[in-house]
Design a protein around this ligand. Sequence first.
Ligand code: BGC
Length: 705
Amino acid sequence: MKINPAYEQKITEIIEDMTIEEKVLQMLQISDQGNEPGVYEKFIELNTGSFLHELGESTDKLREKAKQTSSKIPPIFGIDAIHGHSLKNGATIFPSQLACACSWNEELIEEMGAMTAREVCADGIDWVFSPVLCMARDTRWGRVDETFGEDPHLIGKLGAAIVRGYERDGNVISCLKHYIGYGEATGARDAYDTEVSVRKIRETFLPPFEEAIKAGASSVMTAYGSISGTPLTKHKELLREILKEELGFCGFVVTDWFNIWSMRTKQRSAESFDESARLAIEAGNDMSMNCKEFFESVTQQVKNGEISEELINDSVRRILRVKMGLGLFGEKVRPDKSVIGCSEHRELNKKLTEESLVLLKNNGVLPLKEAPAKIALIGPNADDIVNQYGDWTFTSHRPSEEWAVIKNDYYTLLRGIKEIFADSEVTFAKGCDICGADSTDMEKALIAAKNSDVVILALGDELSQNGEGKDRAVLELSGLQNELAAKIKELGKPVITVFITGKPLCVREVCELSDAVIQAFNPGDLGGLCIAELIAGKFNPSGKLPISYPRASGAVPCYYNRYTGWHWGKYCDVDEGSLFDFGYGLSYTEFEYSDLSVSKKEIGAEEDFEVSVTVKNTGNMDGKEIVELYFKDMISSVMTPEKKLCAFKKINLAKGEAKRVTFKMNARDLAFVNPEGKWITEAGEFEIYAGGSLDTLLTAELSVK
Ligand code: BGC
């Protein structure tokens, strides 16, 4: 966000008229969950600065209430609109962030952000707690589904795109979370300590935040965890010095849920709530999420002189700046509620869902050239919308009575297959559950498979295995799924496997026995329709993985941009590398890369240069291709990754068509962070790689003087 000088004087005047109590209330966000009865009501009367998870009419009521208080400052309403306005029954549910990342499509993701903002704003809400810019490198972590994957460059570009979308109309603000290093917790234990250096933070974890701040993000959420033993909530260097002073972030910082209490009770890093609140404010947090004690504690400490009123004024200024920018002080005109779940949003959702699917294997069985007479659709995720939606929707976060009737016009795979293969006889059997050893349905599934011409097998994970606090120690397919797949294989039918999951699982056995494999990370409302259309060849798959697949649970992390130097480069008991690499994904056509060239042989440390490569569609179908550009610093004073993504482009190529794709680069794109914490491009030799996946790259050379 940018400072609007016209508002700053007004804000100064408002702050001058505010009591300390009113100021501290602005810094509090309160929920009707997690507090004793009566607390929420008390804070409504007091005119608290922010509420979370209210929907629709209740926001109108609370806004009206605020007008009747002495300060009259309007509240700001926040919500976890993580993949669409997803906590609302009937709103558009887009694919999860991880699924969207498979599209590598900044334009579509920006539109998704804009549409989500429209639905949220129509529903009385001003603030989405999205995007998640955490890095999913240890995939045992429960929140992998919420991320854009494992690569800082891709996360930064997609994060910036969605922020542009969310904040485009000036009606809604985004929230970058979780600041910072949250996904990197030791053992992938959610909200746990992270053992990384501040140098590593700067080089790997900070760039996506920087990119999204440049794109206009107005708020940031402090992570639950700690870095090398310092809770993020009191990490002054990272919050106040780096985020606010160095990056010039002028929006506000909100803690995560109960962070201030957690610093006292779980992290045991403050003597008392008072101390915890003071440290949090001094470190740079401007708003406390849902700690009711914050009000009295901070008010008292400001009155006693233990917390400087200047710090409070700065936080209040940041919050009011955002509120004013959102037009909350006037009579805000919100989009009509009819935008919620509207057909325009559904159309975009369709395009994004198509591009979110990744074809991982195809021995030629796909697309199905002719509709099979008999299809056996088997598997626990063939008709389960709760697992298909994944985390952060009304089905995961709202009481089930509220969604006994789902208002969304959603497609599970069963509905999609029946509709797209309307002339085929479709037999459905679950076969087994995702978890547990109940085999009562196995026989039915095997009979269906035996009597079919083709088996479509929908496996994966379930809600209990994805989300906050649902870290997994075992990433292999759970329950009887491997057994089901193996028994089906014995019947000798073509097997098309669809994984509907929140994250990459260890799926080597099933991939080996399948003729084709499609990955659908929680694909939202239209997942089942798009998967069925992909199988039928109604569109050409173009998704590529934003994350690597481990070969075994014990082989995580296996992210591609790691350092080299490991003795013999592999575990002794599993094959080398990932099962599927970052950047991998098949198409129904083929793309040929040639003539990689760099515009200059030698460049200065800040000089521009161009990289060009020709891409030709040599197959029989029009298609979209993601052109990936990587580099390697051949010798560097501090170790640098084996390969690092530095640019990408998604292009359309008709069959037979060739395009010359040019990337405008600067030597700074080849930089790393030195031990003093500065980005430098060191003189020396570099290799530049371009291609459609890590194992098919062309190489060119470049020197930096
Ligand atoms: C999560 C955040 C979320 C917040 C509010 C926390 O538990 O970590 O991502 O925005 O709750 O629901």
